[in-house]
Design a protein around this ligand. Structure first.
Ligand code: UN1
Length: 510
């Protein structure tokens, strides 16, 4: 397979690196990676040891002391070069992401494009790490705030976005003067190794220090726990499920570390009587079955007005019937496999549970077998008629199950149902009625971190802040002013006068 050789993936790979240096530990177990697309073995990764982890942290600490002194625009230049390399490797890396994770080739390439875009964004940001100047209440005083680099940033990523989410964090952190330690999901470590190799070229060409970009592939129970509890890591950005995030958040809070948590979503789209179904239907289908329902932004609930319910349901059934399921590297297919067989089990058991609660599977739900489906990870995306209060509907099942939920009356009722879940990541409304749209975006509207009108819930651009409320964890990464989370803020007040006026008018004379 030429594409993974181009990316420096070998038959056996090591799991710990500080940049160009790789640690050659072999006794911590070997991860064997099979493609969910065809069940075929790809390559293996030796997991990192706790000793490797310590060595990495040592290097990172040293690298930070150097890197923080480099002017931010010069740090931006390094990120610009990473963006150029990614452009060069995009066809190969996109393909590897698709082959290792199982998302469509278009989406694999899209992930690499997100990396490129965040490099460009971060380059611009590198000249804009500014604070405010405030008017001091005291004469001859100047007050302002400034942002300083934070230190080692730990980036823990999930299997569903093997490369993009790392870049959202790492490229910003890099221009902010931080150094990165990446722990990718053990389900997709090869894509991470490929990225490490690509960045390695920039490290080499610029003679950058070891420890600026480190990678650790290892067990959650050892390496993961060390990261969470490590006082030398002031910020951890974690993408994962709500239970994982709850555990991580507690551990990080205990040591007063900072966390950017991007956890589960239970994203809904409201379809009002005024919705333009011509654009709504493809948006819903892409949102529900894209990445085989394994995005945190996947559309999971459709809250449909009763007057258009049957019409929407019929259109969706028709659209779902036309979906081509199969090898995601074959561009004619719309839906690839789930990540592994345990994900298939969760899909099946969620459908069982919704039936027990009174729901009706209107379409799909089968596990596919036979030619092309040998991996056992291919399923038919499901449409399920359900009610919002069902326990299973309240949960995030990481699979393509779309719950069709009926509402009556005005849009306030739909919003109430929409917000009645514990998660708060992404949301959307389809309507051509200005009042409904504005209400959805108002203080009485969606309680999510992302709220859209007439587009779906997934596929956010990197320019906006990404993340959500409630059990989604409250973190924001990527665009807007998310960069601030990767720096420490300092308020500075300078007295350039000859007197000592105190704030709040307090008199103190000696
Ligand atoms: C995720 O699923 O963790 O908005 C991230 C989207 C993508 C990112 C999803 N840009 O769907």
């Amino acid at each position: 397979m030429d594409f993974w050789e181009k990316l420096g993936i070998r038959e056996k790979n090591f799991g710990a690196s500080t940049g160009l240096k790789w640690f050659e530990t072999k006794n911590e177990g070997e991860l064997k990676i099979y493609s969910p697309t065809n069940g075929k073995y790809i390559a293996s990764v030796y997991q990192a040891s706790e000793e490797d982890y310590e060595k990495i942290l040592n290097e990172s600490g040293k690298a930070f002391k150097e890197w923080r002194k480099i002017p931010a625009p010069k740090r931006g230049e390094i990120v610009r070069q990473i963006g150029l390399k990614l452009r060069e490797y995009k066809p190969y890396l996109g393909k590897l992401v698709s082959y290792e994770m199982g998302k469509s080739l278009q989406e694999g390439l899209g992930e690499v494009q997100e990396m490129i875009d965040i490099c460009d964004f971060s380059l611009g940001q590198s000249r804009q790490l500014y604070g405010f100047t405030m008017a001091s209440e005291r004469a001859s005083h100047r007050m302002y705030d400034q942002y300083h680099p934070l230190g080692v940033v730990g980036v823990i990523t999930a299997f569903n976005f093997p490369v993009a989410v790392y870049a959202w964090n790492a490229m910003l952190a890099t221009v902010c003067g931080d150094v990165n330690l990446w722990k990718p999901s053990s389900k997709v470590p090869l894509s991470a190794i490929a990225v490490q190799n690509i960045i390695g070229e920039v490290i080499k060409e610029n003679n950058l220090p070891e420890g600026l970009f480190s990678l650790v592939i290892g067990k959650g129970s050892t390496i993961g726990e060390k990261l969470l509890n490590d006082k030398r890591i002031p910020l951890i950005s974690l993408t994962g499920s709500t239970p994982v995030g709850r555990h991580a958040g507690e551990a990080i809070a205990k040591r007063f570390g900072r966390a950017i948590l991007e956890l589960g979503g239970n994203n809904g789209i409201i379809i009002t009587p005024d919705a333009d179904l011509k654009t709504a239907i493809p948006a819903i289908v892409f949102g529900a079955v894209g990445t085989a329902g394994q995005r945190c932004t996947t559309t999971r609930r459709l809250i449909i007005h009763e007057s258009v319910y049957e019409k929407v349901k019929d259109s969706l059934i028709k659209a779902y019937k036309s979906l081509k399921i199969g090898d995601p590297l074959d561009e004619k297919n719309h839906v690839g496999p789930l990540i592994d067989k345990s994900a298939v089990k969760l899909f099946i058991s969620a459908l069982e549970r919704v039936k027990e609660e009174g729901g009706k599977v209107t379409f799909g739900g089968e596990v596919l077998s036979g030619k092309g489906y040998e991996s056992g990870c291919y399923i038919v995306p499901a449409l399920v008629e359900a009610e919002n209060h069902y326990k299973i509907v309240q949960e995030e099942t990481f699979a393509p199950i779309l719950y069709l939920i009926k509402y009556s009356g005005n849009v306030s009722n739909a919003i109430e149902l929409h917000n009645d879940v514990v998660q708060g990541l992404s949301s959307a409304i389809y309507t051509n009625n200005l009042r409904e749209a504005e209400q959805f975006l108002s203080i009485e509207g969606s309680d999510c971190g992302i709220a859209n009108v007439n587009i779906g819930t997934s596929g956010a651009e990197i320019g906006g802040a990404f993340g959500g409320e409630k059990e989604t964890g409250g973190g924001r990464e990527s665009g807007s002013d998310s960069w601030k989370a990767y720096m420490r803020r300092q308020t500075n007040t300078i007295n350039y006068g000859t007197a000592l006026p105190l704030a709040q008018g307090i008199k103190f004379e000696i």
